[in-house]
Design a protein around this ligand. Sequence first.
Ligand code: BTN
Length: 249
Amino acid sequence: MINRWFYNNFLIDNYQEIGSTNDLIVEMAINDNSIDNYVICAQKQTNGHGRSGRDWQSPEGNLYFSLLIRPNSSIKDYSLLSFIAAIAISNAIIGLTNSQVNLEHKWPNDILLHGKKIAGILLKSDKSKQGLEFVVIGVGINILSNPKQTNFPSGNIKEELNIDINKEELLKLFLDNFSIFYQKFVEFGFAPIRNLWIKRAFKLNEEINVNLSNKRITAIFRDLNNSGNLILELDNGDVEAVSSAEIYQ
Ligand code: BTN
C-alpha cells in the first residue's frame, strides 16, 4: 500500500500495483465484517476484470478503484447501485470538465464520451463469513489511455477533451455524488435515480442492436423501468423488458 487517507466517511487505501482492486476488497470483506465505506484504489492493475469475464486493461494513468458498502436493509436489488455509480461518474467528470460535454449512459453500466466508452462499472455482491452482505462497485475510468481492440469503440478523457484530470479530485467528486444519490435511493427508491440516468441515456428512442443470451436483435430503446430493465419496442410492435444484454454497434 502506498498511502491511506480519509475523505468524508470513506477510508481510502491507495496501492501502486495490484492484481484487481475488486478481488482484494471482496477477499477483505469476506473475512472482516467491520469493513464498510471502504475504497481500494490502484495506480495500475495486473489482473483487472471487466464485465462478461473480459479483462480490463489497467496501465498506469487511468483511475481504478473499488468501493465497498454494506447496503441499507431497505435495498432489495443491489444491481440498481450501478445506475447510481453511472450518474456519479458522469457528474464527477462534468464537475472537472464542463457541463456541455457530451457524456452518455450506455445501458446497463458504461459511460460514453463523444460516443466512445470511457468508463465501466463492475458490480459484485457477496456475504462475509458471518453472513453480512456487501456490495463492491468497481470503477475504471480511462483518463490517459484506452484499449484499442474492443467490441464497442473506446476512448479516453485526455484525447477527447484535451484536459488534464486529477485522479484524486475525480475520485472525491465520485464519492460526493455517490453519497448524495445513494441517500436519495434509500429515501425515495429507484424512481429519482432512473429519471437522472435516463436524461443522459445513449440512444433513447432510437434503434439499437442488442445481444441477448441466445440471439441478436434490433429494436427501439424506449425506456428504463423501475427494475433497471431495458424496455425495447420490437419490429412487430411488442414491448419487452430485458434484464441482461449487451448493446453493440
Ligand atoms: C466493464 O467491463 O465495463 C467494467 C470494468 C470495471 C473495471 C474496474 S477497474 C477497478 C475494478 N477492479 C477490477 O478488476 N475491475 C474494476
